[in-house]
Design a protein around this ligand. Structure first.
Ligand SMILES: C=C(OP(=O)(O)O)C(=O)O
Ligand SMILES: [Mg+2]
Length: 574
């Protein structure tokens, strides 16, 4: 029966294949009394050892396929099998109560899972999923049931499941599995993250509707849109097959651009960098040919947990990113909390206008303890790569000078402690407040670089909340007022011999790119998926021609006129 379902687009792509329905088996063991508890405990430990061997194998193959960081989750799984609070307690119950191993395993692990599931902290709830995954594996070994069928699939299929555990996802036979759809989950669930790393289409959180999908039914998943078509009609199927061919063709054309430098048709070199928020994003940035990280939004290290990250935790994260980028530039932005990004555990006072309130650097200057911890972690990590430190939300010069003074103090303290630092660390600021754009000539003397944050610059220039749908018509990147501010910033930096980047969404906007290139922007930082299309586009554009065209655009009256002007002139560059 033809049916249309929607879910959360978790990993892009388009797949068409027969459904492979993975039934999650509910199994509650019954309690039995065993005659030889010692032998039963031994049977249990054998199952634990077999599960350990399986996990070792999954860990090794994940490391080979995706890298050490992605494999870390299985190190956590292996540790669960070493945990005396779990394993020893189960053995103890088998021995003292003479119960069967399945029952003891179920009882003890379930009490942990129930307890963790009640926690507020998302991370702890995530740990419940890990325990379920690992103990389920031991249970399979005890019962002689097989969880390995995921790696044994041979026919092309789309997996339909209630949820996929990380180890399920790691075991997928990618020769056969074209994509997966789950009933529950979010974009940030582990299986979604792994799907993006594995580059297979995934739709999660599709709801109970997918339970009706019968094994073997033809399914189309347009994972870029989160759309699922079950049992499509002939014409519909043909339409999607055509769309898939186009998608695959475009993907293979773009893949040729991964290892190229970014240059315009007339040889002007620019840099295409990636915006990241989590450590997992670094691999994706590299896979998409990023020449650097133009914005690491460090606030994500502070979110989804119950307390501030320590200096060492932060140091490890920064070191990881710097090492992974192997000397390519990495711009790390200091904490930008406030506005729409909250940290419940900090108990910050409620503001009636949070986007205009104590946000980002304003908060850091008010809470130097917080700020200094982050700066120390950054400075300590600096020797592992090409670090550039960036301050967000600066409006007036005094803020920048104070931030630089604190940074200098921490540098001196660390040097006095004998900590080795990079010889040179560039210091820059975001231009996202109109006052800073207008005073760029003043700031340019005090920084090594600017990065224009258009997401905020547009909302503050237009007085239109970036989160508010009803005023989204005012959110106009190509409005002359925004373009004029951008040009002022670029010109002011050039006067002082400093470089300018952009890390707002506008940097990846294919209508804005020709104008930005023409105005002399050097670094374009965007979500990883936009890099290759941008590189291909820039290679078709002449920087010198677009310099003149951008001048013309700046004399126009509105965004629509400018967009039409760009489209017309882009056509000539095909
Ligand atoms: C990149 C920016 O910062 P964020 O989106 O994190 O506010 C911006 O404002 O353009
Ligand atoms: Mg911003």
């Amino acid at each position: 029966m033809n049916q249309l379902l929607k879910g959360i687009a978790a990993s892009p792509g388009l797949a068409i294949a027969k459904a492979f329905v993975l039934k999650s088996e509910e199994y509650t063991p019954v309690q039995t009394t065993v005659g030889n508890p010692e032998l039963e405990a031994e049977r249990f430990m054998n199952a634990v050892n077999q599960a350990r061997a399986e996990l070792e194998q999954i860990r090794a193959s994940t490391e080979e396929k995706l890298g050490a960081h992605e494999a870390q989750i299985f190190e956590g799984h292996l540790l669960i099998l070493e945990d005396p609070d779990l394993i020893d307690v189960i053995v103890d119950r088998i021995k003292t109560e003479s119960v069967n191993a399945e029952f003891a395993l179920y009882e003890v692990s379930q009490s942990f899972i129930d307890m963790l599931n009640q926690m507020e902290d998302e991370l702890l709830r995530g740990r419940a999923v890990d325990i379920q995954d690992v103990t389920g594996r031991v249970m399979n070994r005890l019962r002689g049931t097989d969880s390995g069928n995921l790696s044994q699939m041979t026919e092309p299929c789309i997996i339909i499941a209630e949820d996929l555990t990380p180890s399920d996802t790691a075991q997928l036979n990618l020769q056969a599995v074209q994509g997966f759809i789950t009933e529950i989950g979010s974009r940030t669930s582990h299986s979604a993250i792994m799907a993006r790393s594995l580059d297979i289409p995934a739709i999660v959180g599709a709801g109970a509707g997918i339970r009706n999908i019968q094994p073997g039914t033809m399914v189309v998943m347009d994972a870029s849109e989160g759309v699922i078509v079950v049992d499509p009609g002939v014409d519909e199927l043909a339409g999607y097959q055509e769309k898939k061919r186009e998608y695959d063709r475009r993907k293979s054309v773009l893949a040729q651009w991964v290892n190229r430098t970014t240059a315009s048709k007339d040889g002007k070199l620019v840099e295409l960098a990636a915006n990241i928020g989590k450590l997992e994003d670094v691999q994706k940035a590299l896979d998409n040919g990023a020449e650097g990280i133009g914005l690491f939004r460090t606030e994500f290290l502070y979110m989804g947990r119950s307390q501030l990250p320590t200096e060492d935790e932060q140091f490890n994260s920064y070191k990881y990113v710097l090492e992974k980028m192997e000397g390519k530039p990495v711009v790390i932005r200091t904490l930008d909390i406030g506005g729409d990004k909250e940290l419940p555990y900090m108990d910050l006072p409620k503001e009636s206008n949070p986007f205009l309130g104590q946000r980002a650097l304003r908060l850091c200057l008010d809470r130097p303890d917080l700020f200094r911890t982050q700066l120390r972690a950054l400075l300590r990590a600096s020797r592992y790569g090409n670090l550039k430190i960036m301050f967000p939300m600066i409006a007036v010069l005094d803020e920048l000078l104070e931030a630089k003074r604190i940074l200098q103090e921490e540098k001196q303290k660390l040097a006095a402690e004998g900590v080795e630092l990079a010889e040179r660390i560039e210091v820059g600021m975001m231009i996202e407040v109109p006052a800073a754009a207008i005073s760029a000539h003043v700031f340019a003397k005090e920084v090594d670089f600017f990065s224009i944050g258009t997401n905020d610059l547009i909302q503050y220039t237009m007085a239109a909340d970036r989160m508010n749908e009803t005023v989204s018509y005012l959110y106009q990147p190509c409005h002359p007022s925004i373009l004029l501010l951008i040009r002022m910033v670029i010109d002011a930096a050039k006067q002082e011999g400093k470089w300018v980047g952009m890390c707002g969404e506008m940097a990846g906007d294919e209508t804005a790119i020709p104008l930005l290139l023409g105005m002399g922007l050097y670094e374009f930082s965007m979500s990883a998926g936009s890099i290759l299309p941008a590189r291909e586009l820039i290679a078709r554009l002449s920087q010198s021609e677009w310099s003149g065209l951008a001048e013309q655009a700046l004399t126009m009256h509105g965004q629509q006129e400018i967009q039409a002007f760009v489209q017309n002139n882009k056509k000539g560059e095909q």
